[in-house]
Design a protein around this ligand. Structure first.
Ligand code: KIV
Ligand code: NA
Length: 265
């Protein structure tokens, strides 16, 4: 199998081939995604929400992210593995940011890191890229700044925020990012940004004009009960399917119907 690289995703944009991205946090799920042919597995800090049960992505640590990343790397034979640098590891000193990125690359075997923000971090992005580490950007709704914005609603609807986002996207491209996630912004703005960049955009709640799409795997499989924003297409209802299977197992155990004669030694 030929490995997807930062170069091949860039080539996909040139060829007009859409890039399919899902998040992944553990070995077993990542194996399924990789076998199914996903292009990029994003070890998102959404792990804080869906794996650890935190309300925001703020608390997750670099060590926790690296545990998830190592497991995904062991499963991914074809997919490019991108790892979120968690809150607090890159917003300050760019030397510390580089150290965090180096640790992710050396200790997990991942292929790239992702960071949130534009002008605020573009020098840091440049420094990490100069060290030979591919970086993906993330603009629009940036969940690590939730306490600054106070809401998870659509971003950049106003002209001022939209102009800043366009400038930020250009800055990230100039700093050397190989791609940029656009989260929860108007579809027209996402399409405009996508057309203005040579690097691919990966949208989530950003309309069909992006070069690729990403969803949180727990959301698209319907594991995450009660989370159904407008942008989310739910391909399965695993919450119900798993609950039903577990219910049957409980009944079988209680009724002494499991294990059967064929299920013992
Ligand atoms: O952490 C995450 O899952 C993400 C994607 C939603 C882009 O950053
Ligand atoms: Na994230």
């Amino acid at each position: 199998i030929k490995r997807i690289t930062t170069h091949s995703v860039r080539q996909m944009k040139v060829n007009g081939e859409k890039i399919a991205v899902l998040t992944g946090y553990d070995y077993s799920m990542a194996r399924i995604l990789d076998d199914a042919g996903i292009d990029i597995i994003l070890v998102g800090d959404s792990a804080a929400n869906v794996m650890a049960g935190y309300e925001t992505t703020v608390p997750i640590t670099l060590e926790e992210m690296m545990l998830h990343a190592s497991a995904v790397v062991r499963a991914a034979k074809r997919a490019l593995v991108v790892v979120d640098l968690p809150f607090g590891t890159y917003q300050g000193d760019s030397g510390d940011a580089l150290k965090a990125a180096v640790r992710v690359m050396k200790e997990t075997g991942a292929h790239a890191v992702k960071v949130e923000g534009g002008v605020e971090i573009h020098e840091t992005v440049r420094r990490i890229v100069n060290a030979g580490i591919p970086v993906m950007g993330h603009l629009g709704l940036t969940p690590q700044s939730i306490y600054k914005f106070g809401t998870y609603t659509v971003r950049a609807k106003e002209e001022a925020e939209a102009s800043k986002l366009k400038v930020d996207a250009k800055l990230l491209e100039e700093a050397g990012c190989f791609g940029v996630v656009l989260e929860k912004i108007p579809a027209t703005l996402a399409a405009e940004v996508t057309a203005s960049l040579a690097i691919p955009t990966i949208g989530i709640g950003a309309g069909p004009g992006c070069d690729g799409q990403v969803l949180v795997v727990h959301d698209m499989l319907g594991i995450n009960k009660g989370f159904k924003p407008k942008f989310l297409r739910q391909y399965l209802n695993l919450y119900e399917a798993i609950g039903e299977a577990v219910g049957r197992y409980i009944r079988d155990v209680k009724a002494s119907e499991f294990p059967s004669k064929d299920e013992q030694y």
